[in-house]
Design a protein around this ligand. Structure first.
Ligand code: ADP
Length: 190
C-alpha cells in the first residue's frame, strides 16, 4: 500500500500533481483544502467554521482537521492508498496521522516536497485567484499570511519525516509533465 504525503507551500502544485498521481497509481486523493471547500459548498457546520480561518489564511484548528481526515480514511476502506495533499500541516497533525494509520495497519511510504521559490508561488496563486473564486488567492496580505504560516507551522513537518528517512525534495518549477516524471520516479522506488 502506498501512502504519500505531497508537501509544499501554497501554490507549489500539489493539487495539479495529485490529480495525475491518483490516475497513475490508483490512489485516493485526500486534500484537506478540497474537503473544507466541499463542506463550505454544502453549507455544513464544519464548512462554516473552516471558512473563518481559511479566508484569513490561517490554519483550521488541528482537532477539526484531524477528525475530518480520520472520517475520510475510515469511509474509504477499499483504498489502495492515499495521496495526502495539504495535510499534515503541523507536527501535531503528522503525529495524529501516524497514530491513525497504525490503527489500520498502514504507514506513510514517504513525503515528497515540491520546492518552488516565493516569487513564483505568489505569481501562481494570484493567477489561480482570477478563476478559482477563492478569497484567499486574491489578496496579497492573505497570501503573505499563508506563506508565513507555512514557514512557521508547516515546514517543521518536513523535518518530522526527514528524521524517519522518508523525505525527498523535488524541484517544482518547469513543465508539469517533467515534475510528474520526477515524482513518479521517487514513488516507484518506494
Ligand atoms: P493552498 O495549499 O493553496 O494553501 P489548500 O487548499 O491546501 O490551499 O488550503 C486552503 C486553506 O485551508 C488553508 O490556508 C487553511 O486555512 C485550510 N487548511 C487546509 N488544510 C489544512 C490543514 N491540514 N490544517 C489546517 N488548515 C488547513
Amino acid at each position: 500500500m502506498l501512502n504519500i504525503v505531497l508537501f509544499g507551500p501554497p501554490g507549489a502544485g500539489k493539487g495539479t500533481q495529485s490529480e495525475k498521481l491518483i490516475e497513475k497509481y490508483k490512489l485516493t486523493h485526500l486534500s484537506t483544502g478540497d474537503l473544507f471547500r466541499k463542506h463550505l459548498g454544502e453549507g455544513t457546520e464544519l464548512g462554516i467554521l473552516a471558512k473563518k480561518y481559511m479566508d484569513q489564511g490561517h490554519l483550521v484548528p488541528d482537532e477539526v482537521v484531524i477528525q475530518m481526515v480520520e472520517d475520510k480514511i475510515s469511509s474509504t476502506p477499499d483504498s489502495k492508498g492515499f495521496i495526502f495533499d495539504g495535510f499534515p500541516r503541523t507536527t501535531a497533525q503528522a503525529e495524529a496521522l501516524d497514530t491513525m494509520l497504525q490503527k489500520n495497519a498502514m504507514s506513510i511510504s514517504g513525503m515528497i516536497a515540491l520546492d518552488v521559490p516565493e516569487d513564483i508561488l505568489r505569481e501562481r496563486i494570484k493567477e489561480r485567484g482570477k478563476t478559482s473564486g477563492r478569497a484567499d488567492d486574491q489578496d496579497d496580505e492573505k497570501i503573505t499570511t499563508r506563506i508565513k504560516v507555512y514557514l512557521s507551522e508547516t515546514l517543521p513537518v518536513a523535518e518530522y519525516y526527514e528524521k524517519q528517512g522518508k523525505f525527498t525534495k523535488i524541484h517544482g518549477v518547469g513543465q508539469i509533465g517533467e515534475i510528474f516524471e520526477n515524482i513518479s520516479e521517487v514513488i516507484d522506488a518506494y
